[in-house]
Design a protein around this ligand. Structure first.
Ligand SMILES: [Cu+2]
Length: 223
């Protein structure tokens, strides 16, 4: 499932520009640079066995290779989610709130704490969910998925405990206003709807440095 071709391509020539981001905890279904633009990063099969994950007080950990990126996380309760709609509602039509509202991260490692039980959609010990992390660092939405079994007695491994929560860290003043703006539209909207509004938010914030990145890529191409 792991793409060595993608990894080698990324590390040899255009390392930071093309690496996008990785979902490091919980462990992603798989990472392929070229397919990260697709649903679940192009990895469409549920992984069995699913990874144990805390019902409350879990950690998500990503590594961003973009200067600034907007992140959002959501879950599906479908046994085999195949579309973004599966992350919007449960099988009985209940809306699934975002697991994590839009926030921004700098380059490098970021982590944040999530409370699955706090979504109030009936998740309990043993519930099966798929996590999808959506990331936009200026070159479009990128996706990673992880398949989880939620356990009330499972705690985040000590090496993944999140000491500095990226959702509450203030990167810049614009990051703070972005969070405030998106939080007002969070509660009742679907993942698909917020996905597009998030792109709009990012477009406003990211315009200037995106130009810098394009110039950087051009420079790489010349080399
Ligand atoms: Cu990228």
């Amino acid at each position: 499932m792991f793409s060595f071709r993608g990894l080698l391509g990324a590390s040899v020539l255009v390392s930071t520009a093309m690496a996008h981001y990785t979902l490091d905890y919980p462990i992603s279904r798989g990472f392929d640079d070229d397919n990260e633009v697709n649903f679940c990063g192009g990895f469409n099969s549920v992984e069995n066995p699913r990874q144990p994950f805390p019902l409350s007080n879990g950690t998500i950990h990503i590594d961003s290779h973009h200067t600034l990126a907007t992140v959002v996380a959501y879950i599906s309760t479908s046994s085999n989610p195949t579309s973004f709609n599966d992350f919007n509602t449960t099988s009985n039509g209940t809306s699934i709130p975002l697991l994590t509202n839009f926030f921004q991260v700098p380059e490098g490692d970021s982590c944040w704490t999530v409370d699955m039980a706090g979504l109030n959609i009936g998740l309990t010990n043993g519930s099966l969910v798929t996590l999808q992390v959506q990331f936009d660092g200026g070159d479009g939405n990128l996706y990673q998925c992880a398949d989880l079994v939620l356990l009330s007695d499972f705690t985040t491994p000590s090496n993944e405990t999140c000491s500095s929560d990226a959702t509450t860290a203030s990167i810049t003043s614009t990051a703070t206003s972005s969070q405030a703006a998106s939080s007002t539209s969070n509660t009742a909207t679907s993942a698909a709807a917020t996905q597009s509004s998030g792109a709009a938010v990012l477009g406003v914030k990211a315009g200037s440095w995106l130009f810098g990145m394009v110039v950087g890529l051009a420079g790489v191409t010349v080399l």
